[in-house]
Design a protein around this ligand. Structure first.
Ligand code: ZN
Length: 441
């Protein structure tokens, strides 16, 4: 009896302790569950996309208008982490887009992808959803060695142009190319074990860098760059919604201005047409190659600038074939060059006997008369219409100096700058039988 009596209170004491512990655990669990339940369950879940770099963490908060659950990778790298943190701050300051008081809080959720490539790069992509609708997507590639983000310079200039064309083909002619490619921080770049991806919200333009080592300026992971030729591309804008103009430059190539003109054209995503003299090609072969490489059109302005109306057909043919020969020596390519007759002069019967497109102009900037950049620009802006062919000269400094003004002014009016070939083709001209063109309709 005494034995039993001694044990009973001990059991009671244990039971009491157990009940108290159970209550504490139960209440705590209940508390956590309640807290969790404040966030809709779907916000706590992430999709099955790659999350191999960094530890998966969540930033949660609630305001009067929204719940925020931002999933993100916590990495070993300070710069990368602080970019992620600043993106999340931006997200919380930007969303919800609708700030009027509603009965239900908006759900702002961030999901992500992260991958480590070749122990050297970490790609992170953050996706923001407002009430399950994707509202923002940013991605960057962190270079562990450089302790900085990967920028455009890992691609050769020509490769960038090839990709630019791909972007426009895929996203349409109105995409603002310069905004994409000139973004110094490349908030739309993602790298995995074989592809470089350029992310444009729901669209992705990509290339396989293992198959295209010649696109690279320097090693990307374990892929070393090669020197294989990258064919040039015309910008090929798509031609549907914009006004078009072809700027043409006569009497070159020129030691200095050829390159300067191309640089300014590039600033405006433009392509020019250079009517060069065959006799000048030999001393400026590099310029001709660069024109071709950068996607401009090289055309013929005769061999040494004679007045065609005073020549026989044989003599004109000789002028044209000698120029094409020089072009071929410079570039290694044979091409039937478009022709601008010197002084714009050619007879109807000569045109009929020669099956090449002869190209004159409808806008004469009179740069050869005024030699004044302001006047040249004003003349061009005043007279250019959709389909115009504009006459400029490659050999005058004032013409080059007027170019930025012309391109800026015409850009603001909605013009795109194409080659004569592109202009005629885009406007549906049949150029196979030759003819003389002043503009395109
Ligand atoms: Zn000329």
């Amino acid at each position: 009896m005494t034995y039993v009596r001694k044990r009973k209170p001990r059991i009671l004491r244990f039971m009491l302790l157990f009940i108290i512990l159970a209550l504490i655990i139960g209440m705590t669990t209940f508390g956590i569950t309640t807290l969790f339940n404040r966030y809709p369950k779907a916000m706590m879940e992430v999709n099955e996309s790659i999350k191999t770099a960094g530890n998966h963490k969540k930033r949660r908060s609630t305001t009067d208008t929204a719940y925020y659950v931002l999933h993100y990778p916590d990495t070993k790298f300070k710069n990368l982490n602080s970019w992620i943190a600043s993106e999340m701050d931006t997200t919380m300051n930007t969303y919800p887009l609708e700030t009027e008081a509603t009965e239900e809080r908006h759900q702002i959720k961030q999901d992500y992808k992260s991958i480590e490539v070749n122990d050297q790069y970490i790609s992170v992509q953050l996706e923001t959803y407002e009430n399950d609708v994707l509202v923002n997507k940013v991605s960057r590639v962190y270079d562990v060695e450089a302790q900085d983000f990967l920028k455009t310079d890992f691609l050769k200039d020509k490769a960038q142009r090839v990709i630019n064309k791909q972007i426009r083909d895929q996203l349409g002619p109105n995409y603002n190319l310069s905004e994409i490619t000139l973004d110094p921080l490349y908030n739309n770049l993602y790298l995995d074990n074989s592809n470089v991806e350029f992310i444009f919200f729901n669209e992705v333009v990509s290339f396989n860098y293992k198959d295209h080592p010649h696109y690279l300026n320097r090693a990307l992971g374990d892929v070393e760059p090669t020197d294989d030729f990258i064919p040039s591309v015309y910008l090929d804008y798509g031609f549907e919604n914009n006004k078009m103009v072809a700027l043409t430059f006569d009497d070159g190539p020129h030691a200095v201005y050829s390159k300067q003109i191309m640089d300014v054209m590039e600033k405006y995503n433009g392509q020019a047409t250079f009517f060069v003299l065959g006799s000048r090609i030999r001393d400026h072969q590099e310029n001709i190659r660069e024109m071709v490489d950068r996607g401009h059109q090289v055309a013929s302005h005769s061999y040494d600038h004679p007045n065609f109306t005073k020549l026989s057909i044989e003599q004109i043919n000789d002028q044209l074939s000698k120029t094409e020969k020089e072009y071929e020596i410079a570039t290694g390519m044979h091409d039937d060059l478009f022709v601008r007759p010197p002084y714009g002069l050619i007879l109807d019967e000569q045109i009929k006997q020669l099956s090449v497109p002869f190209i004159n102009w409808d806008v004469d900037t009179e740069d050869w008369i005024s030699h004044n950049p302001t006047t040249i620009c004003e003349t061009a802006l005043r007279n250019t219409a959709d389909g115009s062919i504009v006459l400029l000269h490659e050999i005058y400094q004032e013409s080059y100096e007027s170019l930025d003004c012309i391109l800026k002014g015409l850009s603001e009016k909605g013009f795109q700058f194409v080659t004569v070939r592109e202009l005629l083709l885009a406007k549906g001209e049949d150029i196979t039988g030759g003819g003389l063109y002043y503009y395109a309709n």
